[in-house]
Design a protein around this ligand. Structure first.
Ligand SMILES: N[C@@H](CCC(=O)N[C@@H](CS)C(=O)NCC(=O)O)C(=O)O
Length: 238
């Protein structure tokens, strides 16, 4: 008989440490944890102050980015750390059996939209946000390039969501991955042209667990200072 990756344990679940800052990549994981009802403890990673470069944090997240998790009850009952939001969502989905179907066709569909988010929507909307809201020079070419790409990606999502409630079958980690990025991009891109996407955004946003996940740590957000700008932008290999 094949060994299950996670033997169900009789012991009460020990909380997962969530290394987090309230940004669209962070919300993906706070939303999952809230949706699944998994106990967790918040470990704020103040990325403006440089917490992401702390040696202890780099041991679990060598890319100096949050989110990351440490699950004390990982495979074999031993702790495991996971970085990269997509890998974390897949891990938590496998661990709980929730929001990440096992049937191969359904799983492939979820993975298509999950990877579409981590390789496309996130990086492109992140660049658009950078050139529109953080770059100190006014740079029309990158602004147009990345806002055009967000517009294109929103069109893809809108077509996908025509006649569908969720991106890939039932509500899944793919929806959780995309939602915060769509919310954030509506700062500069209206959804008037994308009615199916707008309805999906409202549908997901109405879920109580999504509200809780999105609210996590909002009080930590402050306008960026000159020192924080230096910490975040212009990073090179260390
Ligand atoms: N591919 C990563 C991206 C994570 C990411 O870019 N996190 C940002 C905040 S949204 C971060 O930690 N930035 C810290 C820095 O730029 O030093 C993931 O999906 O987890």
């Amino acid at each position: 008989m094949k060994k299950a990756p996670h033997k169900p344990s009789k012991k009460p679940a020990r909380p997962i440490a969530l290394y987090y800052w309230p940004t669209p990549n962070g919300y993906k994981i706070s939303i999952f944890l809230e949706e699944a009802g998994l106990p967790y403890v918040l470990k704020p990673v103040d990325i403006g102050k440089g917490d992401q470069f702390a040696p202890e944090f780099l041991k679990i997240s060598p890319n100096n980015r949050m989110p990351a998790i440490v699950d004390p009850d990982g495979p074999g009952g031993k702790p495991i750390s996971v970085f990269e939001s997509g890998a974390i969502l897949q891990y938590l989905g496998r661990k709980t059996g929730k929001f990440y179907p096992q049937a191969e066709r359904a799983r492939v569909a979820v993975e298509e939209w999950l990877f579409w988010q981590v390789g496309g929507l996130g990086p492109m909307a992140g660049q658009a946000n950078h050139f529109l809201n953080y770059a100190q020079e006014d740079l029309p070419y990158p602004k147009k390039r990345y806002t055009d790409e967000v517009h294109r990606l929103f069109g893809v999502m809108n077509r996908r969501l025509a006649g569908r409630k969720y991106l890939a079958g039932a509500y899944s980690i793919a929806d959780m991955a995309c939602w915060g990025w769509v919310v954030s991009a509506t700062r500069y891109q209206s959804l008037d042209e994308f009615p199916h996407l707008a309805a999906w955004k409202t549908r997901i946003g109405a879920r109580p667990a999504v509200k809780r996940g999105y609210a996590l740590g909002q009080e930590l957000r402050k306008p960026i200072t000159a020192d924080e700008r230096k910490m975040l932008f212009g990073q090179r290999a260390r």
